[in-house]
Write a protein that binds this ligand. Structure first.
Ligand code: AMP
Length: 396
């Protein structure tokens, strides 16, 4: 796997695909610079070697149209502040203006190109467009994990024009290593905690990880499909009746593969989908009509904690309750605390994919787990066992 360390950028220009798809407020100020800060080590490495950096990214969904609100000029100051170098901006990402700005770019300088998605050719993966982009670098560096699952011009196709001169940036390399550590090289026991709302959105992940894990903890809304499939009463809990057979099949497959599956035994049930609803703890398979399970119960959390504490490698995807409501966030917080403790005891813990990252940030677990993935969709596809086109393009 080629990384930045394999290159010396002295007098070289690096074309770097970054993920600067950052949130802006009404005055077009960047409200969260974490994605910019995350790209900093890669950019600094190029500059410190004595090279220059051409940065390209998308911002929002302009759908092939120029859109002043989504111009990357709005983020120039934030990038300059983060890197400590005044960034030059060019109002296009291909064409004459860019040719000129590129030709005059000196070592130590940074050039930021305009939003790639002002061109439809970016998302369609147009080869001619990618070839134009390829003129703006001696070496291509992909550091955008968040778009690595897309075969876009700047994330994948452009790499075809850099045979032997392409590599992963530090951020993307870290993501790949973290996923590998869970899916391939992790110390046993390996435990996956899968929560979230629906079996249907997690099924491919579950099927893929059954070959990699020793323990599978199932929580959240998914629970009730498994419980009803086994003859339990789930009351008004969220349940996918058409996935019950699939749930039974997963349990059978897990047994055949020697994976221990842990499902809630009790739940915090509520008489309404509301933070102020009446609640009671009930057995997971006897939830009364008119009640729905919205969080894991105390015995369940005790059981889950025991499994988490004996794990050496932990993957967490999806909350075990409706954590957006305070009354039903305790289970998700307890899981976070258990993972924190396991991590302190030497386990490697990876959190990623969609809402679990939001939960981890909301409850302050970001610095307590080993790694929080930056790419929602890209992470999910990696866990599903798919080869991401942006990663394959660098390796190929
Ligand atoms: P996902 O994007 O699939 O990880 O699902 C995350 C969502 O699942 C969050 O918005 C949670 O509120 C929701 N969720 C978790 N547990 C439950 C539950 N018991 N009932 C309904 N929704 C749930």
């Amino acid at each position: 796997m080629k990384t930045l360390e394999d290159f010396n950028f002295e007098d070289k220009k690096a074309l770097i695909r970054v993920d600067f798809n950052v949130p802006l407020d009404a005055e077009f100020k960047v409200t969260d610079t974490s994605r910019i800060d995350a790209a900093k080590p890669t950019i600094l490495k190029v500059l410190e070697d004595g090279g220059s950096a051409v940065l390209m990214s998308h911002l929002g969904r302009p759908k092939g149209q120029r859109n002043a609100d989504l111009s990357l000029k709005h983020i120039c100051n934030a990038v300059s502040d983060s890197i400590g170098v005044q960034v030059k901006f060019v109002e296009d990402c291909v064409g004459e203006k860019v040719d000129e700005a590129y030709a005059s770019l000196q070592s130590g300088e940074i050039l930021l190109l305009e939003n790639l998605r002002f061109y439809d050719e970016e998302t369609t993966g147009d080869a001619a467009f990618a070839e134009q982009l390829s003129n703006y670098g001696d070496v291509y560096v992909n550091d955008a994990f968040g778009t690595a699952h897309r075969a876009h011009a700047s994330t994948t196709i452009v790499a075809n024009y850099f045979e032997g001169n392409k590599c992963f940036g530090y951020l993307l390399a870290k993501e790949i290593k973290a996923i590998e550590r869970v899916m391939q090289t992790g110390e046993k026991p390996v435990t996956a905690i899968l929560g979230g709302a629906k079996v249907s959105s997690k099924i491919t992940i579950i099927e893929n990880i059954l070959d990699k894990v020793d323990h599978l903890i199932i929580g959240g809304g998914m629970t009730y499909t498994f419980i009803k499939a086994q003859g339990g009463q789930v009351g008004d809990s969220i349940c996918e009746d058409d996935k019950m057979e699939l749930a039974l099949d997963i349990l059978k497959q897990a047994k055949e593969k020697g994976v221990e599956v842990h499902i809630p035994v009790d739940v915090l049930a509520a008489d309404d989908f509301d933070n102020n609803a009446k609640t009671q703890v009930v057995a997971v398979d006897s939830i009364p009509e008119g009640w729905q399970g919205l969080d894991a119960g105390p015995q369940t959390l005790h059981n889950f904690k025991e499994v988490i504490l004996k794990s050496k490698t932990i993957l967490w995807n999806g909350p075990v309750g409706v954590f957006e409501m305070e009354s039903f966030a305790k289970g998700t917080i307890a899981i976070g605390n258990a993972i924190d403790e396991a991590t302190q005891n030497g386990a490697f813990s990876l959190v990623g994919g969609g809402d679990s990252v939001a939960a981890v940030k909301q409850f302050g677990f970001e610095d307590k787990v080993s790694y929080v993935s930056t790419g929602g969709g890209a992470m999910l596809e990696s866990l599903e066992g798919k080869t991401l086109p942006g990663i394959a393009a660098i390796l190929g």
